[in-house]
Write a protein that binds this ligand. Structure first.
Ligand SMILES: *Cc1c(COP(=O)(O)O)cnc(C)c1O
Length: 244
């Protein structure tokens, strides 16, 4: 049995150890891809995690956080609002059109826009006094009924319409591809999203973001050009509860 003091030491050093491990994974993958490590932004996915765990990572220099569930997210955003430097909040959950207002009011980024109606509401509800909401369009790559996203065929028309909305700034594409065990299979999905972005860039050269890669496939995502990875479990440990 481990002595009590060992347990205490290892649990207090967990966030620092995990963050360092992810950062070195990012650095190694960037080297393999011959890309500058600064071109990859790490979003810590803090769904189901308490504000104290977010603050602990923020104390270590982590600034970007991702949330899926509005109700728990708003409380955490408000309780951490006075931090300096300010935290950057990314909404990565499924969006319902009747729940867009709190997203428009409290978040900096939304990664899951897949319908024009939602984009129009976010634009209407975003304050004209602050910066525009940074938006990625979610693309459906596999054929999974539970996941959202616009089809690749409908992407160009949606992108053109969203890019014209005044209070949104379209930054790029996001995907949540089917889970694959090996790196080559993971890379094929991510390469597909990268190719879609390249195609979109001919008409929209301002697009600069590929939001792809999570704990299990972030290396494959970086090798295929990801500029923003969304990492939960590998930073915070296994999620204990999942809200209904
Ligand atoms: C939960 C979630 C993540 C993080 O997943 P992990 O496997 O815990 O890293 C990333 N992106 C989205 C959209 C999520 O819902």
């Amino acid at each position: 049995m481990a002595p009590y003091s060992m347990v205490t030491v290892s649990s207090t050093s967990d966030p620092a150890r995990r963050l360092a491990a992810i950062r070195s994974q990012i650095t190694a993958a960037a080297e393999r891809a011959q890309r500058p490590v600064e071109s990859i932004r790490l979003v810590a996915v803090s769904k189901t995690q308490p504000a104290a765990s977010i603050a602990a990572l923020a104390d270590l220099g982590q600034r970007d956080f991702g949330e899926n569930y509005l109700q728990e997210a708003i409380g955490k955003i408000q309780s951490l609002a006075d931090r300096s430097p300010k935290l950057v909040w990314h909404f990565i959950g499924q969006l319902q059109s009747n729940k867009t207002r709190p997203v428009a009011e409290h978040f900096d980024w939304v990664h899951t826009v897949d319908r024009l109606k939602i984009a129009e509401r976010l634009s209407q509800q975003r304050s004209p006094h602050g910066p525009p909401l940074q938006v990625c369009l979610q693309v459906k790559l596999g054929d999974e009924a539970t996941k959202g996203g616009v089809s690749p065929a409908d992407l160009p028309a949606l992108l053109r319409a969203v890019a014209a909305l005044p209070r949104l700034q379209v930054r790029g594409l996001m995907a949540l591809p089917p889970a694959e065990a090996d790196e080559d299979a993971q890379r094929r999905w991510f390469a597909e999203l990268r190719q879609l972005l390249v195609t979109c860039q001919t008409e929209h050269p301002q697009l600069d973001t590929l939001s792809m890669g999570m704990s299990a496939d972030l290396v494959a995502a970086i090798l295929e050009g990801s500029t923003l990875i969304r990492v939960g479990t590998a930073l915070f440990g296994e999620r204990l509860q999942s809200p209904a």
